[in-house]
Ligand binder design. Structure first.
Ligand code: UDP
Length: 338
C-alpha cells in the first residue's frame, strides 16, 4: 500500500516514514523543504533499508501535486504540510492561514479528483483551548484557540468533518498530538529547527551542546507542584507508530475518527530539565523568567481511546525521550546541515 506524506521531510513525517517502511508500506514524500532538508531522505533510507520516493514540491501547487498522484497509486495520505511555529503565527497570522489552509484545500481537491479517500491529519492538542478539564478527552469542546497556528488546526478539522460528511467513501483520522520530543534511537533523524528554537526540548539540547548559553524557564508561579508548566511529552517514535496504526484503521473504517496521541502523563518543565541532565551527564544552566504569554499551566491526554481502538500505546518514558534527543543533538550539532 502506497502512502503519501505531505510535509514528510519534517520531524514527525520523517519518523513516520521510517515506521511505515518498517511495517511494509511504500512511502512517497512531498515537501517543499521550507523547514526541512533533503538529506533526511538518505537518513530514512539508512534506517529503514528502503528509500521513500521524494518530490520537492509545494503541496498548494495543484499541478505539481496532481502529478504525484498520476505517477503513484496513492491509497492514503498523511497530511503534515503546514507552518507550525506558535509565536510566529501570532505575528504573521495571514501567512499561517494562507499556507495551512491552501495546502489542505488543494490536497483535498486532488484527493477527490484522483479518488483517494483515506486521510490522516496532523492536528494538535491546542484545539482543546484553555477551558477544558484535564485529562483532555476527544469528545470535549474544542475552540478558544489563542493563536493562528491552533486556529488553522481547528479550521482544518472542521473542513475535514464537512468533506467527510459529503463523501461516504471517505476515511478521515484526526490525530491530536500532545508534545512530541525525542529522536530515533539510531541518532540519524531528529528535530532540526531553523534559527532559535521555540520549543522546550530543542532549546535544552542546543544548550547542552553549547549553541545556547542557558535555558530560560518561562514561569515559576503556575498552579503546579514545582511552579512550572506541565505537559504530556510523547516520544516521536511512539507518535510515528500511532500514524501507522491510524492508517491501518482508516482502511477499514469510514467517517471521521479523532484520537489523542500522548502518554497520559504530565511532566513539568523542571522534570524535563532534570531528567535531561541525568541522560546527558551535564548540568543545564537555567534562568528563571516571567510566564510566556498564552501558556496554560497544565494539560495532558486521556489516551484510552487510542489504546482501545487503535491498539496503540506510548512505550518510551521521559528518560528515553531525553536520552534519544541528546544522542541526536550530540551526533548532529547543526541538525542536517554540515
Ligand atoms: N518552555 C520554557 N523555555 C523554553 C521553551 C519552552 O520554559 O525555552 C516551556 C513553555 O513555557 C511550556 C513548556 O516549556 O511550559 C513546553 O513548551 P513548548 O513550546 O515546547 O510546547 P507547547 O506546550 O507550548 O506547545
Amino acid at each position: 500500500m502506497k502512502i503519501l506524506l505531505t510535509g514528510g521531510a519534517g520531524f514527525i513525517g520523517s519518523h513516520t516514514a521510517v515506521e511505515l517502511l518498517n511495517a511494509g508500506y511504500d512511502v512517497v514524500i512531498a515537501d517543499n523543504l521550507s523547514n526541512s532538508r533533503e538529506k533526511v531522505i538518505d537518513r530514512i533510507e539508512k534506517i529503514a533499508g528502503k528509500r521513500p520516493k521524494f518530490y520537492k514540491i509545494d503541496v498548494a501547487n495543484k499541478e505539481e501535486l496532481s502529478k504525484v498522484f498520476d505517477e503513484n497509486k496513492i491509497e492514503g495520505v498523511i497530511h503534515y504540510a503546514g507552518f507550525k511555529c506558535v509565536p510566529e503565527s501570532t505575528k504573521v497570522p495571514i501567512k499561517y492561514y494562507r499556507n495551512n489552509l491552501d495546502t489542505t484545500l488543494t490536497l483535498l481537491e486532488v484527493m477527490e479528483e484522483k479518488n483517494c479517500n483515506a486521510i490522516v491529519f496532523s492536528s494538535s492538542a491546542t484545539v482543546y483551548g484553555d477551558k477544558n478539564k484535564i485529562p483532555y478527552e476527544e469528545t470535549m469542546h474544542t475552540g478558544d484557540t489563542t493563536n493562528a497556528y491552533s486556529s488553522t488546526k481547528l479550521m482544518i478539522e472542521n473542513i475535514l468533518q464537512d468533506v467527510t460528511r459529503a463523501n461516504p467513501n471517505m476515511s478521515t483520522i484526526i490525530l491530536r498530538y500532545f508534545n512530541p520530543i525525542g529522536a530515533h534511537p539510531s541518532g540519524l533523524i531528529g528535530e532540526a529547527p531553523q534559527g532559535i528554537p521555540n520549543n522546550l526540548m530543542p532549546y535544552i539540547t542546543q544548550t547542552a551542546v553549547g549553541i545556547r548559553d542557558h535555558l530560560s524557564v518561562f514561569g515559576t508561579d503556575y498552579n503546579t507542584p514545582d511552579g512550572t508548566c506541565i505537559r504530556d511529552y510523547v516520544h516521536i517514535v511512539d507518535l510515528a507508530k500511532g500514524h501507522v496504526s491510524a492508517i491501518k484503521y482508516a482502511v477499514d473504517n469510514k467517517g471521521v475518527n479523532i484520537f489523542n496521541l500522548g502518554t497520559g502523563k504530565g511532566s513539568s518543565v523542571l522534570d524535563v530539565v532534570h531528567t535531561f541532565e541525568k541522560a546527558c551527564g551535564k548540568e543545564i544552566p537555567v534562568v528563571y523568567e516571567d510566564r510566556r504569554p498564552g501558556d496554560i499551566d497544565c494539560f495532558y491526554a486521556s489516551v484510552e481511546k487510542a489504546n482501545k481502538i487503535l491498539n496503540w500505546k506510548a512505550e518510551y518514558n521521559l528518560y528515553d525521550m531525553c536520552a534519544h534527543s541528546w544522542n541526536w543533538q550530540k551526533n548532529n550539532p547543526k541538525g542536517y546541515d554540515e
